[in-house]
Design a binder for this molecule. Structure first.
Ligand SMILES: *Cc1c(COP(=O)(O)O)cnc(C)c1O
Length: 413
């Protein structure tokens, strides 16, 4: 497209723009189980109204916009209240999980350096199931990543012992996920904490997808193990509001056990031509709408609202577990929250994925081991039986193809 010389009519552009969405995944109908967290039309409308109310304001300017500064403080305070933040714990809002993780690593690195450690090339030790955002951040900062295979006992949990052995004098961070994205499994954070204490290494918990889910699941009676600041060795956490916080996109939180640790995060520079511009996170300009929408949704839902929605998601996940087991799938590990991955002992998950995709479902896969992957939303309550029906047909189709291929093999051999 070339920029039009003369601007066109907004009404015409708007209808063209909306028409472009016709080919997109049908997330409004609950047909996606990745990318979108659908808590219904009412929450979507509140996100939009609250976002547009502060869309033009800039989180870069807390003095100009004390409204946003206070909303961010409130969001961090609510987060720390949910995640057992001790007295003095603090944090900041970021644009997303990748941003939160990047800032946590940067903070841990600068903390280690201020302490005279990790003077060589630093490294972090993470489970193989940890999000690739850790590698992306380390790529930017010339930090080595030591990915350690998860346990081979069918739990898919981090192999804490092997992670401890991988630490050396240049290790600036150990990581556990709550839960990880590929399997939806919560790592044994307490045991990881013991290793972190023994090795004197910073422990970060990546609760990007679970930080605003696990506390409510626990309130609903799910036996969620200790995973947050309740574990004394946990020094920082990442938790995304734009996932199970049901906030508008562009909202995450990065949290620290103390002001002393947090102090290594903000960037400031005296020697440049412009005005002073101290920034807490990677961003300069920060969309006010992402802050106001998160603040609004958290207040609209409250503890009761989140308990209800996350309970609904857990119930749906249990229905998925039952349904896929009936179709012969094996569930990876012991998922407790909104994510689940399941493999088929006979048929390749990616072949089944192809069939379910053809039936209009935009879901995901896990590579190790090959399995189907779902990240469930409250909306899925309405459609999960249709999904399971289509999955049954998909498995049957793959099985028939495998049968036909076998016959052909016999003929040619
Ligand atoms: C989504 C996710 C991230 C990355 O968050 P973005 O907001 O996509 O940058 C990191 N870790 C886990 C476990 C996640 O689920």
């Amino acid at each position: 497209m070339q920029m039009p010389i003369k601007g066109r009519d907004w009404a015409e552009i708007k209808s063209e723009m909306m028409a472009r969405g016709d080919g997109d995944a049908k997330w409004r109908d609950g047909k996606t189980a990745v990318y979108v967290f659908n808590a219904g039309e009412e929450i979507a409308a509140i996100q939009k109204q609250a976002y547009t109310a502060y869309m033009s304001e800039n989180g870069l300017g807390p003095l100009a916009f004390p409204s946003l500064a206070q909303m961010e403080k409130d969001v961090i305070s609510m987060a720390l209240g949910l995640l057992h933040g001790p007295e003095g714990a603090t944090g900041a809002m970021t644009s997303g999980g990748t941003d939160s993780i990047t800032m946590a690593i940067k903070t841990a690195r600068d903390y280690a350096r201020a302490d005279g450690r990790a003077t060589g090339r630093a490294n972090i030790v993470i489970p193989q199931s940890a999000h690739l955002a850790f590698d992306k951040a380390c790529h930017l900062m010339d930090i080595n990543v030591r990915r350690i295979a998860v346990r081979a006992d069918g739990t898919y949990e981090a192999d804490v012992e092997a992670m401890g052995e991988a630490c050396d004098a240049d290790t600036i961070m150990l990581v556990g996920s709550a839960p990880n994205f590929p399997h939806g499994i919560i790592d044994p954070i307490e045991v990881l904490g013991e290793v972190a204490m023994r090795k004197r290494v910073w422990l970060h918990v990546d609760a990007c997808v679970g930080g605003y889910f696990a506390p409510f699941a626990r309130m609903n009676g799910v036996p969620v193990p200790a995973f947050d600041f309740e574990v004394p060795a946990v020094l920082s956490m990442s938790a995304d509001l734009h996932k199970y916080g049901y906030a508008a996109k562009g909202a995450s939180t990065v949290l620290f056990r103390s002001e002393e640790l947090y102090a290594h995060m903000p960037f400031d520079l005296a020697c440049w031509a412009g005005a002073p511009m101290k920034t807490p996170t990677l961003a300069g300009t920060r969309p006010g709408g992402a802050i106001s929408a998160a603040w609004a949704v958290m207040n609209v839902l409250g503890v009761d609202g989140y308990k209800r929605l996350q309970g609904q998601v857990c119930e749906t996940r249990e229905r998925v577990e039952e349904g896929v087991k009936r179709l012969g799938f094996k569930i990876l590990g012991n998922p407790m929250l909104g994510l689940i991955a399941f493999a088929h002992p006979e048929h390749h998950a990616f072949a089944i994925y192809g069939e379910i995709y053809r039936r209009g479902w935009f879901t995901s896969v896990t590579k190790e081991p090959p399995s189907l992957h779902l990240m469930l939303s409250p909306k899925h309550t309405d459609v999960i039986d249709n999904y399971l029906g289509d999955l049954e047909v998909s498995v049957a189709t793959v099985a028939a193809q495998a049968g036909a291929a076998k016959k052909a093999d016999v003929r040619y051999s």
